[in-house]
Ligand binder design. Structure first.
Ligand code: HEM
Length: 152
């Protein structure tokens, strides 16, 4: 990594240059190409749907995995888009952690209630930020590319 000042041009708007095997990029360029919520939410939507069907079929370990990864992707969104930070953090605390408890307890009734509450809150948040036309709904068909059968 080199800075303009290390190259002898030292200016106030000095940029950090990162060398890749394809060429040089500024740190700013690298920051700008990080995924925004639109890209992250596609993955969250997919994982959240797998999560439901895994729990329903009794593959609680897969459900737990998807719950954890959903949280970690949401945290990436909160870091990269600070305007959503507070609501994402509150959503994790009051919905996804609760969902995690029902998964640990392998309690389908508690799980289903927590899941549907999370979906309601998701759609309220979409509306709050002007994306009321993005309504998350649960697909009836389980994904065919996972073995959802119970593993324990
Ligand atoms: C597990 C919970 C959630 C699910 C399953 C979910 C799902 C989705 C889906 C499927 C999209 C559409 C992506 C696309 O096709 O472009 C989307 C977009 C969006 N979601 Fe979520 N979402 C969740 C939680 C949240 C939370 C907690 C927030 C904010 C606090 C949020 C804010 C947004 C915003 C702002 C967009 C529009 C992004 C854009 O196009 O720029 N979502 N979400």
């Amino acid at each position: 990594m080199k800075t303009d000042s290390q190259q002898g041009t030292g200016t106030l708007d000095e940029k950090i240059i990162v060398k890749t095997k394809h060429g040089e990029l500024t740190l700013e360029q690298l920051a700008e190409v990080q995924p925004g919520l639109a890209r992250l939410m596609k993955e969250i939507g997919d994982r959240f749907h797998v999560l439901y069907h895994a729990a329903k079929s009794g593959n609680w370990r897969l459900a737990e995995h998807e719950q954890k990864v959903t949280i970690s992707i949401l945290k990436v969104g909160a870091t990269l888009r600070p305007k959503y930070h507070q609501d994402i953090t509150a959503f994790i605390q009051s919905h996804l952690n609760h969902l995690g408890e029902s998964i640990k307890a392998k309690d389908w009734k508690q799980f289903e209630r927590a899941y549907m509450n999370a979906v309601d809150e998701t759609n309220k948040l979409h509306e709050k930020y002007g994306y009321g036309f993005i309504r998350y709904t649960l697909s009836e068909e389980p994904p065919s590319y996972y073995d959802l059968s119970a593993k324990d």
